[in-house]
Design a binder for this molecule. Structure first.
Ligand SMILES: Cc1cc2nc3c(=O)[nH]c(=O)nc-3n(C[C@H](O)[C@H](O)[C@H](O)COP(=O)(O)OP(=O)(O)OC[C@H]3O[C@@H](n4cnc5c(N)ncnc54)[C@H](O)[C@@H]3O)c2cc1C
Length: 476
């Protein structure tokens, strides 16, 4: 039996269920394939340049690792997704493949594509094997008492932990077996994907591949995880794991993260060190949002989870949107956050919430605009988490912030960046300010204010807050 392993958002050889199984089942070798659909990814999925580039760099590492196992990695372009079944079938015919192996994905377009691939292969008499990879718990096993999908995180997590303790979590996959050598060469990895710009300036900041991801995880679990709970909301401390880009392209798995964190927590998932348990809980949020994609697929179409919120009349103001995108809102913490995104392809979680809440509540712009902008710029862009985060902030989503609990960006700023270290890093025109003025330079006396090359706030927070609350009340 010769196996074809289709790599997607699981670009690693360790703890890769599809690769592990294929390498055990095959008797006549394994071939690997990655299918690129750059036009669909760019035009329909808002994939960022940074993530497209990270995927290519990760493929180079993966190809070298696979080569050591005598598994050649082929690169196929099939664009849009409709073309994937034929492209994969042609490759399977060319290399006399008997069985196809891949790990599940949960986004709607991806699931439809995978179903089409499965029927094409099965119609041609080939066997298709699929595996659970991105989530520890099967979507059918974590259900409410009524058999539905959870839409509130806390009971979801309780049920997830109980299932884990019952031994239902996906186990770490055994290492893949080395294959007999084949006379098939791996394909060269392209430097750039059609339609995507290079992001060389991010290469040092975000080295690619599973070896780097594994090092980050083990360093994080050896130290910072134990102060995560106290430090995670302070962006100047770099106290979070920074693993999101690697989880997003699958150079590390969530189960590898949970296993390492549990080991660092004396074998405990939700007790022991409160910090480690908190971090595990964040990784479970990632899983929760994947269950939501399956249970409520309308969110994949960028529809609100709460349908009634589609009646909200968001403001249309291109100038405000542009100022937000460029980090020129006149609110230092929001501007620092947006400039961090533009400079590094990443934004701290607390700041994602502050920036998203500011766009949707203070500026009262449609959350989908912000969701798309984030997706197009984040190196960790991921539909489940990004959509979940945006709908949380906009009060349109599962377990979302209640519409009347609106972040005050100035108080958030004082709390998460008390001495302005983070603001000073990204908004250098304010670096000389101290105390409350740093968080709200509009309060400076006239002469001092006029000497600053920094915009006035786009809106008055108090009035904007009232406008948002009234708009939500109007649709109740
Ligand atoms: C508006 C908004 C948009 C977001 N967009 C994305 C996105 O496109 N991609 C993405 O991976 N995350 C997104 N998040 C979630 C979160 O901000 C990032 O996962 C986190 O900042 C990544 O940094 P880290 O790896 O250091 O996280 P850590 O704090 O070290 O957490 C470890 C991992 O847990 C998961 N995680 C942490 N927080 C969350 C959360 N709130 N929701 C879901 N999973 C979480 C991530 O996979 C993360 O890598 C978004 C959040 C908001 C509020």
């Amino acid at each position: 039996m010769r196996a074809l392993v289709w790599f997607r958002s699981d670009l690693r050889i360790n703890d890769n269920p599809a690769l592990s199984h294929a390498s055990r089942d095959a008797t006549k070798g394994v071939i690997a394939v990655f299918v690129a659909s750059p036009t669909q990814w760019r035009d329909e999925h808002d994939l960022s340049d940074a993530k497209a580039d990270l995927i290519l760099r990760t493929l180079s590492v993966l190809s070298a690792d696979l080569k050591r196992l005598n598994i050649p990695l082929k690169i196929v372009r099939a664009d849009p997704f409709d073309r994937v079944p034929d492209a994969l079938q042609a490759l399977a015919r060319e290399h006399e493949i008997d069985s196809l192996y891949f790990n599940d994905e949960y986004e709607l377009n991806e699931r439809n594509r995978d179903e089409a691939v499965r029927s094409t292969f099965e119609d041609a008499g080939l066997v298709v094997h699929t595996f659970r990879d991105q989530i520890g718990m099967d979507t059918a096993s974590i259900r409410t008492q009524q058999g539905g999908f959870y839409s509130v995180f806390t009971p979801f997590k309780k049920s997830w932990i109980a299932a884990h303790q019952d031994g239902k979590a996906r186990e770490i996959a055994p290492k893949p077996k080395k294959q007999p050598a084949l006379a098939i060469k791996p394909d060269p990895i392209p430097n750039q994907l059609h339609g995507f710009a290079p992001t060389e300036h991010l290469h040092n900041l975000w080295p690619a591949g599973e070896h780097h991801a594994a090092k980050l995880l083990s360093e994080f679990c050896a130290g910072p995880i134990h102060s995560y709970k106290d430090d995670r909301d302070t962006p100047s401390l770099d106290a979070t794991s920074s693993l999101s880009p690697y989880l997003a392209c699958g150079s590390i798995s969530s189960m590898q993260c949970i296993t390492a964190a549990t080991e660092a927590n004396d074998g405990k998932l939700d007790s022991g060190s409160a910090s480690a348990a908190h971090w595990i809980s964040e990784v479970v949020w990632r899983e929760f949002y994947r269950h939501i994609l399956v249970g409520f697929p309308r969110v994949c179409r960028h529809q609100p989870f709460k349908p009634e919120t589609d009646r909200i009349k968001w403001v249309d103001n291109d100038d405000h949107f542009k100022a937000w995108c460029e980090g020129r809102t006149g609110v230092p913490i929001v501007d620092a956050a947006m400039r961090q995104l533009l400079a590094t392809g990443w934004m701290h979680n607390r700041l994602r919430m502050v920036a998203a809440m500011y766009l949707t509540k203070d500026l009262f712009l449609d959350w989908r605009k912000g969701e798309r902008f984030f997706s197009r710029h984040l190196i960790d862009c991921d539909l489940a988490n990004n959509n979940g985060g945006w709908q949380w902030s906009a009060s349109t989503g599962v377990d979302a912030a209640p519409y009347f609990r609106i972040f005050n960006p100035y108080s958030q700023s004082k709390k998460c960046d008390p001495d302005g270290t983070f603001i000073g890093r990204y908004v250098p025109e304010l670096a000389d300010l101290e105390g409350p003025n740093l968080h709200d330079p509009s309060k400076l006396p006239g002469l001092l204010r006029s000497q600053l090359e920094y915009p006035e706030p786009l809106v008055d927070h108090k009035a904007a807050r009232e406008r948002a609350i009234q708009a939500f009340k109007a649709i109740r």
